[in-house]
Write a protein that binds this ligand. Structure first.
Ligand code: EPZ
Length: 438
Protein backbone atom coordinates (compact mmCIF):
# COMPACT_ATOMS: atom_id res chain seq x y z
CA UNK A 1 0.00 0.00 0.00
CA UNK A 2 1.38 3.39 -0.94
CA UNK A 3 2.28 5.83 1.80
CA UNK A 4 4.28 8.95 2.51
CA UNK A 5 7.29 9.03 4.85
CA UNK A 6 8.20 12.28 6.57
CA UNK A 7 11.44 12.62 8.50
CA UNK A 8 12.05 15.70 10.63
CA UNK A 9 13.82 16.99 13.72
CA UNK A 10 10.83 19.24 14.53
CA UNK A 11 9.38 22.66 13.59
CA UNK A 12 11.70 25.19 11.91
CA UNK A 13 14.46 22.57 11.47
CA UNK A 14 13.83 22.11 7.71
CA UNK A 15 12.30 25.39 6.50
CA UNK A 16 10.45 25.28 3.17
CA UNK A 17 11.96 27.77 0.77
CA UNK A 18 11.37 28.62 -2.87
CA UNK A 19 8.36 28.87 -5.17
CA UNK A 20 5.43 26.58 -5.84
CA UNK A 21 3.04 27.02 -8.77
CA UNK A 22 -0.63 26.35 -8.09
CA UNK A 23 -2.71 24.64 -10.78
CA UNK A 24 -6.41 24.69 -11.50
CA UNK A 25 -8.97 23.99 -8.77
CA UNK A 26 -10.08 20.37 -8.44
CA UNK A 27 -13.45 21.55 -7.11
CA UNK A 28 -14.02 23.70 -10.17
CA UNK A 29 -12.46 21.64 -12.99
CA UNK A 30 -14.68 18.64 -12.20
CA UNK A 31 -17.88 20.75 -12.45
CA UNK A 32 -16.66 22.57 -15.59
CA UNK A 33 -16.23 19.13 -17.17
CA UNK A 34 -19.83 18.26 -16.17
CA UNK A 35 -21.07 21.56 -17.61
CA UNK A 36 -19.68 20.52 -21.00
CA UNK A 37 -22.63 18.08 -21.19
CA UNK A 38 -24.95 21.06 -21.67
CA UNK A 39 -23.78 21.75 -25.26
CA UNK A 40 -23.15 19.28 -28.09
CA UNK A 41 -19.73 19.76 -29.69
CA UNK A 42 -16.19 20.21 -28.41
CA UNK A 43 -15.61 21.91 -25.04
CA UNK A 44 -12.04 22.39 -23.79
CA UNK A 45 -11.36 22.96 -20.11
CA UNK A 46 -7.83 24.25 -19.60
CA UNK A 47 -5.64 24.55 -16.48
CA UNK A 48 -7.02 21.25 -15.15
CA UNK A 49 -4.92 19.69 -12.36
CA UNK A 50 -3.15 16.39 -12.96
CA UNK A 51 -5.03 14.51 -10.26
CA UNK A 52 -6.88 11.20 -10.10
CA UNK A 53 -10.33 12.78 -9.84
CA UNK A 54 -9.99 14.53 -13.21
CA UNK A 55 -9.28 11.21 -14.92
CA UNK A 56 -12.23 9.53 -13.15
CA UNK A 57 -14.54 12.36 -14.29
CA UNK A 58 -13.24 11.82 -17.83
CA UNK A 59 -14.22 8.14 -17.62
CA UNK A 60 -17.66 9.07 -16.32
CA UNK A 61 -18.28 11.45 -19.23
CA UNK A 62 -17.27 8.67 -21.62
CA UNK A 63 -19.89 6.43 -19.95
CA UNK A 64 -22.42 9.15 -20.77
CA UNK A 65 -21.47 9.03 -24.45
CA UNK A 66 -18.73 11.68 -24.74
CA UNK A 67 -15.20 11.17 -25.99
CA UNK A 68 -12.70 12.69 -23.60
CA UNK A 69 -8.96 13.32 -23.76
CA UNK A 70 -7.25 14.55 -20.61
CA UNK A 71 -3.86 15.94 -21.59
CA UNK A 72 -1.47 16.54 -18.72
CA UNK A 73 1.97 18.05 -19.27
CA UNK A 74 5.25 16.43 -18.30
CA UNK A 75 7.03 19.07 -16.26
CA UNK A 76 10.30 18.70 -14.37
CA UNK A 77 10.20 16.37 -11.34
CA UNK A 78 7.78 17.90 -8.86
CA UNK A 79 6.63 20.69 -11.18
CA UNK A 80 2.87 21.20 -11.39
CA UNK A 81 1.84 21.54 -15.04
CA UNK A 82 -1.52 22.76 -16.29
CA UNK A 83 -3.41 20.13 -18.26
CA UNK A 84 -6.51 20.31 -20.36
CA UNK A 85 -9.60 18.21 -20.88
CA UNK A 86 -10.95 17.99 -24.44
CA UNK A 87 -14.57 16.83 -24.31
CA UNK A 88 -16.55 15.95 -27.45
CA UNK A 89 -20.22 15.86 -26.50
CA UNK A 90 -22.67 14.06 -28.87
CA UNK A 91 -26.22 15.19 -29.71
CA UNK A 92 -27.56 12.02 -28.03
CA UNK A 93 -26.28 11.30 -24.48
CA UNK A 94 -26.69 8.09 -22.48
CA UNK A 95 -27.93 9.69 -19.21
CA UNK A 96 -26.88 6.97 -16.75
CA UNK A 97 -23.96 7.36 -14.30
CA UNK A 98 -22.88 3.96 -12.94
CA UNK A 99 -22.15 3.26 -9.25
CA UNK A 100 -18.61 2.00 -9.76
CA UNK A 101 -17.55 5.45 -11.00
CA UNK A 102 -19.78 7.58 -8.77
CA UNK A 103 -18.59 5.86 -5.59
CA UNK A 104 -15.01 6.79 -6.51
CA UNK A 105 -15.89 10.44 -7.10
CA UNK A 106 -18.58 12.32 -5.14
CA UNK A 107 -18.38 15.19 -7.61
CA UNK A 108 -20.01 12.85 -10.15
CA UNK A 109 -23.35 14.05 -8.76
CA UNK A 110 -22.71 17.26 -10.73
CA UNK A 111 -23.73 15.48 -13.95
CA UNK A 112 -27.32 15.20 -12.64
CA UNK A 113 -28.41 18.78 -13.40
CA UNK A 114 -26.89 18.91 -16.93
CA UNK A 115 -28.33 15.47 -17.87
CA UNK A 116 -31.86 16.35 -16.74
CA UNK A 117 -31.60 19.71 -18.52
CA UNK A 118 -30.30 18.20 -21.79
CA UNK A 119 -32.07 14.84 -21.88
CA UNK A 120 -35.21 15.37 -19.76
CA UNK A 121 -34.17 12.35 -17.70
CA UNK A 122 -31.21 10.97 -15.77
CA UNK A 123 -30.23 7.96 -13.67
CA UNK A 124 -27.28 8.73 -11.38
CA UNK A 125 -25.96 6.41 -8.69
CA UNK A 126 -26.10 7.84 -5.20
CA UNK A 127 -22.55 8.58 -4.02
CA UNK A 128 -23.30 7.83 -0.34
CA UNK A 129 -21.47 9.40 2.58
CA UNK A 130 -17.71 9.54 3.24
CA UNK A 131 -15.22 10.10 6.02
CA UNK A 132 -16.13 13.73 6.58
CA UNK A 133 -19.90 13.48 6.75
CA UNK A 134 -23.25 12.14 5.58
CA UNK A 135 -23.13 14.40 2.51
CA UNK A 136 -26.90 14.79 1.99
CA UNK A 137 -28.43 15.52 -1.46
CA UNK A 138 -31.90 16.64 -0.36
CA UNK A 139 -31.39 20.22 -1.61
CA UNK A 140 -30.33 18.97 -5.07
CA UNK A 141 -33.42 16.77 -5.35
CA UNK A 142 -35.89 19.27 -3.86
CA UNK A 143 -34.66 21.92 -6.30
CA UNK A 144 -35.07 19.61 -9.31
CA UNK A 145 -38.60 18.76 -8.17
CA UNK A 146 -39.44 22.46 -7.96
CA UNK A 147 -38.17 22.83 -11.52
CA UNK A 148 -40.81 20.29 -12.51
CA UNK A 149 -38.87 17.01 -12.49
CA UNK A 150 -40.28 13.82 -11.03
CA UNK A 151 -37.45 12.56 -8.79
CA UNK A 152 -37.22 9.24 -6.94
CA UNK A 153 -34.56 7.08 -5.33
CA UNK A 154 -34.56 3.58 -6.81
CA UNK A 155 -32.06 0.73 -6.25
CA UNK A 156 -29.35 3.14 -5.13
CA UNK A 157 -29.94 5.54 -8.00
CA UNK A 158 -31.44 9.01 -8.27
CA UNK A 159 -33.93 8.79 -11.12
CA UNK A 160 -35.19 12.11 -12.47
CA UNK A 161 -37.64 12.56 -15.36
CA UNK A 162 -39.26 15.64 -16.90
CA UNK A 163 -40.64 14.72 -20.33
CA UNK A 164 -41.82 18.27 -21.11
CA UNK A 165 -38.57 19.91 -20.04
CA UNK A 166 -37.69 21.82 -16.89
CA UNK A 167 -39.82 24.86 -16.02
CA UNK A 168 -38.40 27.86 -14.15
CA UNK A 169 -39.25 28.41 -10.47
CA UNK A 170 -38.14 30.33 -7.36
CA UNK A 171 -35.84 28.16 -5.30
CA UNK A 172 -34.40 28.58 -1.81
CA UNK A 173 -31.48 26.60 -0.36
CA UNK A 174 -31.62 25.75 3.37
CA UNK A 175 -27.81 26.02 3.45
CA UNK A 176 -25.50 27.60 0.80
CA UNK A 177 -24.51 24.17 -0.50
CA UNK A 178 -21.81 24.21 -3.20
CA UNK A 179 -23.03 21.05 -4.88
CA UNK A 180 -26.73 21.97 -4.85
CA UNK A 181 -26.00 25.45 -6.22
CA UNK A 182 -23.97 23.98 -9.08
CA UNK A 183 -26.54 21.32 -10.02
CA UNK A 184 -29.49 23.71 -9.89
CA UNK A 185 -27.78 26.46 -11.87
CA UNK A 186 -26.79 23.91 -14.53
CA UNK A 187 -30.37 22.59 -14.59
CA UNK A 188 -31.88 26.09 -14.86
CA UNK A 189 -29.84 27.41 -17.80
CA UNK A 190 -31.98 25.41 -20.30
CA UNK A 191 -35.27 25.62 -18.37
CA UNK A 192 -38.30 27.46 -19.71
CA UNK A 193 -38.46 30.87 -18.01
CA UNK A 194 -36.44 32.66 -15.34
CA UNK A 195 -35.34 30.83 -12.18
CA UNK A 196 -34.32 32.66 -9.01
CA UNK A 197 -32.16 30.67 -6.57
CA UNK A 198 -31.79 32.19 -3.11
CA UNK A 199 -29.15 31.52 -0.45
CA UNK A 200 -26.71 30.04 -2.97
CA UNK A 201 -23.04 29.22 -2.35
CA UNK A 202 -20.60 32.03 -3.21
CA UNK A 203 -17.37 30.05 -3.52
CA UNK A 204 -14.99 31.18 -6.31
CA UNK A 205 -15.60 27.80 -7.96
CA UNK A 206 -19.29 28.78 -8.35
CA UNK A 207 -18.30 32.04 -10.05
CA UNK A 208 -15.93 30.08 -12.29
CA UNK A 209 -18.72 27.70 -13.33
CA UNK A 210 -21.13 30.60 -13.97
CA UNK A 211 -18.40 32.30 -16.01
CA UNK A 212 -18.14 29.24 -18.27
CA UNK A 213 -21.93 28.87 -18.56
CA UNK A 214 -22.26 32.51 -19.57
CA UNK A 215 -19.57 32.04 -22.22
CA UNK A 216 -21.66 29.09 -23.47
CA UNK A 217 -24.60 31.49 -23.88
CA UNK A 218 -26.36 31.16 -20.53
CA UNK A 219 -28.03 34.23 -18.99
CA UNK A 220 -27.12 34.40 -15.28
CA UNK A 221 -27.26 37.45 -12.98
CA UNK A 222 -25.98 37.90 -9.43
CA UNK A 223 -22.78 35.84 -9.78
CA UNK A 224 -20.72 36.04 -6.59
CA UNK A 225 -23.75 37.07 -4.53
CA UNK A 226 -26.22 34.96 -2.55
CA UNK A 227 -29.03 35.12 -5.13
CA UNK A 228 -28.68 33.89 -8.72
CA UNK A 229 -31.20 34.72 -11.45
CA UNK A 230 -31.05 32.34 -14.41
CA UNK A 231 -33.01 33.12 -17.58
CA UNK A 232 -33.40 29.86 -19.47
CA UNK A 233 -32.26 29.69 -23.11
CA UNK A 234 -32.98 27.11 -25.84
CA UNK A 235 -29.43 26.08 -26.61
CA UNK A 236 -25.84 26.52 -25.39
CA UNK A 237 -22.64 26.33 -27.38
CA UNK A 238 -19.34 24.60 -26.51
CA UNK A 239 -16.43 26.82 -25.41
CA UNK A 240 -12.84 26.80 -24.16
CA UNK A 241 -12.57 27.81 -20.50
CA UNK A 242 -9.65 28.18 -18.10
CA UNK A 243 -10.11 26.76 -14.58
CA UNK A 244 -9.66 29.15 -11.65
CA UNK A 245 -6.55 28.50 -9.50
CA UNK A 246 -6.98 26.11 -6.56
CA UNK A 247 -7.47 28.25 -3.43
CA UNK A 248 -7.40 25.17 -1.14
CA UNK A 249 -4.04 24.05 -2.53
CA UNK A 250 -2.82 27.67 -2.27
CA UNK A 251 -3.98 27.75 1.37
CA UNK A 252 -2.28 24.42 2.02
CA UNK A 253 1.07 25.88 0.98
CA UNK A 254 0.53 28.88 3.27
CA UNK A 255 -0.09 26.51 6.19
CA UNK A 256 2.92 24.39 5.20
CA UNK A 257 5.21 27.39 5.83
CA UNK A 258 3.36 28.28 9.03
CA UNK A 259 3.89 24.74 10.41
CA UNK A 260 7.43 24.00 9.15
CA UNK A 261 8.85 27.51 8.84
CA UNK A 262 10.40 28.94 5.69
CA UNK A 263 9.75 31.44 2.93
CA UNK A 264 7.48 30.44 0.07
CA UNK A 265 6.06 32.17 -2.98
CA UNK A 266 2.73 30.64 -3.99
CA UNK A 267 2.72 31.47 -7.69
CA UNK A 268 -0.64 31.48 -9.41
CA UNK A 269 -2.53 31.46 -6.08
CA UNK A 270 -5.15 34.22 -5.65
CA UNK A 271 -4.71 35.90 -2.25
CA UNK A 272 -8.16 37.51 -2.42
CA UNK A 273 -9.74 34.05 -2.42
CA UNK A 274 -8.03 33.42 0.94
CA UNK A 275 -8.47 36.73 2.75
CA UNK A 276 -9.61 35.31 6.09
CA UNK A 277 -6.94 32.59 6.04
CA UNK A 278 -4.01 34.89 5.24
CA UNK A 279 -5.26 37.48 7.77
CA UNK A 280 -5.27 34.85 10.50
CA UNK A 281 -1.77 33.64 9.62
CA UNK A 282 -0.49 37.23 9.59
CA UNK A 283 -2.09 37.96 12.98
CA UNK A 284 -0.47 34.78 14.33
CA UNK A 285 2.97 36.08 13.41
CA UNK A 286 3.62 34.92 9.83
CA UNK A 287 4.85 37.40 7.24
CA UNK A 288 2.31 37.59 4.42
CA UNK A 289 2.74 39.71 1.31
CA UNK A 290 0.09 39.82 -1.38
CA UNK A 291 1.31 42.63 -3.60
CA UNK A 292 2.55 40.34 -6.42
CA UNK A 293 0.19 40.11 -9.42
CA UNK A 294 0.91 36.41 -9.83
CA UNK A 295 0.42 35.00 -6.33
CA UNK A 296 1.46 35.73 -2.75
CA UNK A 297 4.33 35.02 -0.35
CA UNK A 298 4.29 33.58 3.17
CA UNK A 299 7.29 33.44 5.51
CA UNK A 300 7.70 32.24 9.09
CA UNK A 301 10.89 31.88 11.13
CA UNK A 302 9.38 31.42 14.57
CA UNK A 303 6.60 29.58 16.41
CA UNK A 304 3.24 31.19 15.63
CA UNK A 305 0.54 32.15 18.12
CA UNK A 306 -2.60 30.02 18.33
CA UNK A 307 -5.80 31.31 16.73
CA UNK A 308 -9.41 30.19 16.79
CA UNK A 309 -11.16 29.01 13.64
CA UNK A 310 -14.86 28.74 12.76
CA UNK A 311 -15.50 27.05 9.43
CA UNK A 312 -18.24 28.60 7.29
CA UNK A 313 -19.29 28.80 3.65
CA UNK A 314 -17.27 31.27 1.54
CA UNK A 315 -16.09 33.93 2.32
CA UNK A 316 -15.82 32.32 5.77
CA UNK A 317 -12.91 30.09 6.80
CA UNK A 318 -12.97 27.10 4.40
CA UNK A 319 -13.76 23.72 5.95
CA UNK A 320 -11.17 22.18 3.58
CA UNK A 321 -8.41 24.07 5.41
CA UNK A 322 -9.67 23.15 8.88
CA UNK A 323 -7.32 20.11 9.28
CA UNK A 324 -4.36 22.38 8.46
CA UNK A 325 -5.47 24.92 11.06
CA UNK A 326 -5.66 22.09 13.60
CA UNK A 327 -2.20 20.78 12.67
CA UNK A 328 -0.77 24.30 13.05
CA UNK A 329 -2.58 24.82 16.37
CA UNK A 330 -0.94 21.60 17.65
CA UNK A 331 2.50 23.27 17.50
CA UNK A 332 1.51 26.91 18.05
CA UNK A 333 1.97 29.01 21.18
CA UNK A 334 -1.28 28.94 23.18
CA UNK A 335 -4.69 27.27 22.92
CA UNK A 336 -7.04 27.29 19.92
CA UNK A 337 -10.77 26.54 19.63
CA UNK A 338 -11.70 25.04 16.28
CA UNK A 339 -15.39 24.89 15.31
CA UNK A 340 -16.47 22.81 12.29
CA UNK A 341 -19.85 23.98 10.96
CA UNK A 342 -19.93 22.40 7.50
CA UNK A 343 -19.15 18.67 7.82
CA UNK A 344 -20.26 16.87 10.98
CA UNK A 345 -17.57 14.15 10.90
CA UNK A 346 -14.53 16.22 9.94
CA UNK A 347 -12.80 15.68 13.28
CA UNK A 348 -11.81 12.05 12.49
CA UNK A 349 -8.48 13.65 11.63
CA UNK A 350 -8.02 14.75 15.25
CA UNK A 351 -7.47 11.18 16.43
CA UNK A 352 -4.66 10.70 13.92
CA UNK A 353 -3.10 14.02 14.97
CA UNK A 354 -3.29 12.86 18.60
CA UNK A 355 -1.18 9.86 17.57
CA UNK A 356 1.59 12.39 16.79
CA UNK A 357 1.30 13.65 20.36
CA UNK A 358 -1.02 16.60 19.77
CA UNK A 359 -2.80 17.80 22.93
CA UNK A 360 -6.43 18.13 21.84
CA UNK A 361 -10.00 17.39 22.84
CA UNK A 362 -13.04 17.22 20.60
CA UNK A 363 -16.64 17.62 21.67
CA UNK A 364 -19.27 17.55 18.93
CA UNK A 365 -18.23 20.18 16.39
CA UNK A 366 -15.75 21.89 18.70
CA UNK A 367 -12.11 21.00 19.25
CA UNK A 368 -9.72 22.55 21.78
CA UNK A 369 -6.05 22.29 20.82
CA UNK A 370 -3.24 23.20 23.25
CA UNK A 371 -0.04 23.94 21.35
CA UNK A 372 3.12 21.96 22.12
CA UNK A 373 6.70 22.86 21.10
CA UNK A 374 7.10 19.68 19.04
CA UNK A 375 5.17 16.57 18.00
CA UNK A 376 6.60 13.03 17.80
CA UNK A 377 6.69 10.98 14.60
CA UNK A 378 4.38 7.92 14.35
CA UNK A 379 2.45 5.85 11.78
CA UNK A 380 -0.87 7.52 10.90
CA UNK A 381 -3.64 7.03 8.31
CA UNK A 382 -5.08 9.51 5.80
CA UNK A 383 -8.90 9.29 5.89
CA UNK A 384 -9.50 11.93 3.23
CA UNK A 385 -7.65 14.36 0.93
CA UNK A 386 -7.20 17.28 3.33
CA UNK A 387 -6.63 15.19 6.46
CA UNK A 388 -3.91 13.26 4.61
CA UNK A 389 -2.06 16.36 3.46
CA UNK A 390 -2.38 17.93 6.93
CA UNK A 391 -0.82 14.83 8.53
CA UNK A 392 2.17 15.17 6.19
CA UNK A 393 2.58 18.79 7.32
CA UNK A 394 2.20 17.76 10.98
CA UNK A 395 5.00 15.23 10.33
CA UNK A 396 7.24 18.18 9.39
CA UNK A 397 6.68 19.50 12.93
CA UNK A 398 7.37 16.12 14.59
CA UNK A 399 10.62 14.67 15.78
CA UNK A 400 11.46 11.41 14.04
CA UNK A 401 9.67 9.52 11.30
CA UNK A 402 5.99 9.85 10.44
CA UNK A 403 4.42 7.51 7.91
CA UNK A 404 1.08 8.43 6.34
CA UNK A 405 -0.80 5.40 5.00
CA UNK A 406 -3.63 5.49 2.39
CA UNK A 407 -1.83 8.37 0.68
CA UNK A 408 -3.87 7.80 -2.47
CA UNK A 409 -6.31 10.21 -0.85
CA UNK A 410 -3.66 12.93 -1.05
CA UNK A 411 -3.03 12.24 -4.73
CA UNK A 412 -6.72 12.82 -5.38
CA UNK A 413 -6.31 16.50 -4.55
CA UNK A 414 -2.61 17.40 -4.64
CA UNK A 415 -0.51 16.92 -7.79
CA UNK A 416 3.00 15.61 -6.85
CA UNK A 417 2.66 16.62 -3.17
CA UNK A 418 5.66 14.61 -1.90
CA UNK A 419 7.85 15.66 -4.81
CA UNK A 420 7.03 19.36 -4.44
CA UNK A 421 7.68 19.26 -0.67
CA UNK A 422 11.02 17.54 -1.08
CA UNK A 423 11.93 20.12 -3.75
CA UNK A 424 11.35 22.82 -1.11
CA UNK A 425 13.71 21.19 1.39
CA UNK A 426 11.52 18.74 3.31
CA UNK A 427 12.40 15.07 3.76
CA UNK A 428 9.21 13.60 2.33
CA UNK A 429 9.20 10.47 0.17
CA UNK A 430 6.72 7.95 -1.24
CA UNK A 431 7.16 4.51 0.28
CA UNK A 432 5.49 1.13 0.19
CA UNK A 433 3.76 0.26 3.44
CA UNK A 434 2.68 -3.24 4.41
CA UNK A 435 -1.05 -3.75 3.87
CA UNK A 436 -2.85 -3.56 7.23
CA UNK A 437 -3.94 -6.99 8.67
CA UNK A 438 -7.38 -7.63 7.19
C1 EPZ B 1 -17.90 20.76 -2.04
O1 EPZ B 1 -18.57 19.61 -1.51
C2 EPZ B 1 -16.42 20.36 -2.16
N1 EPZ B 1 -16.29 19.19 -3.00
C3 EPZ B 1 -15.87 20.02 -0.77
O2 EPZ B 1 -14.46 19.78 -0.89
C4 EPZ B 1 -16.03 21.23 0.13
O3 EPZ B 1 -15.64 20.88 1.43
C5 EPZ B 1 -17.53 21.65 0.18
O4 EPZ B 1 -18.01 21.89 -1.16
C6 EPZ B 1 -17.74 22.90 0.99
O5 EPZ B 1 -16.95 23.93 0.54
C7 EPZ B 1 -16.32 19.35 -4.35
O6 EPZ B 1 -16.52 20.42 -4.88
C8 EPZ B 1 -16.12 18.11 -5.15
P1 EPZ B 1 -21.88 21.17 0.10
P2 EPZ B 1 -20.17 19.52 -1.54
O7 EPZ B 1 -22.96 20.72 -0.78
O8 EPZ B 1 -20.67 20.16 -2.78
C9 EPZ B 1 -24.86 19.42 3.46
C10 EPZ B 1 -12.44 18.53 -0.76
O9 EPZ B 1 -11.72 18.16 0.18
N2 EPZ B 1 -25.83 19.22 2.37
O10 EPZ B 1 -21.59 22.63 0.18
O11 EPZ B 1 -20.54 18.12 -1.26
C11 EPZ B 1 -23.65 18.49 3.34
O12 EPZ B 1 -23.89 17.24 3.90
C12 EPZ B 1 -13.98 18.45 -0.63
O13 EPZ B 1 -12.04 18.96 -1.83
C13 EPZ B 1 -27.04 18.68 2.67
O14 EPZ B 1 -27.34 18.35 3.82
O15 EPZ B 1 -20.51 20.43 -0.26
C14 EPZ B 1 -22.60 19.27 4.10
O16 EPZ B 1 -22.70 19.01 5.46
C15 EPZ B 1 -14.40 17.89 0.69
N3 EPZ B 1 -27.93 18.49 1.66
C16 EPZ B 1 -22.96 20.72 3.79
O17 EPZ B 1 -24.32 20.73 3.36
C17 EPZ B 1 -27.64 18.83 0.35
O18 EPZ B 1 -28.47 18.63 -0.53
C18 EPZ B 1 -22.09 21.37 2.71
O19 EPZ B 1 -22.16 20.56 1.57
C19 EPZ B 1 -26.37 19.37 0.07
C20 EPZ B 1 -25.47 19.57 1.09
Amino acid sequence: MEGFQVVSRGPLTAPLTGEVRVGGAKNSALKLMSAALLAPGRTVVTNVPDILDVHVMGHLLEELGCSVTVEVGNGDEGAVVAGRAVIDVPEELHPEAPYDLVRRLRASISVLGPLVARCGRARVALPGGDNIGSRGLDMHLTGLRELGAEVRIEHGFVVAEVPGGLRASNLWLDFPSVGATENLVMASVLAQGTTVIDNVAREPEISDLCGMLRAMGAVIDGVGGSTLTVEGVDRLVPVEHETVPDRIVSGTWAFAVAVAGGDLTVAGGRAHHLDIVLDKLASAGAEVSTDSADGFRVAADKRLESFDVVTLPYPGFPTDLQPFAMALAAVSDGTAMITENVFEARFMFAQELARLGADLRTDGHHAVVRGRPVLSGAPVVAHDIRAGAALVLAGLAAEGTTTVAESHHIDRGYPSFAEVLSGLGADVTRIDLPDPER
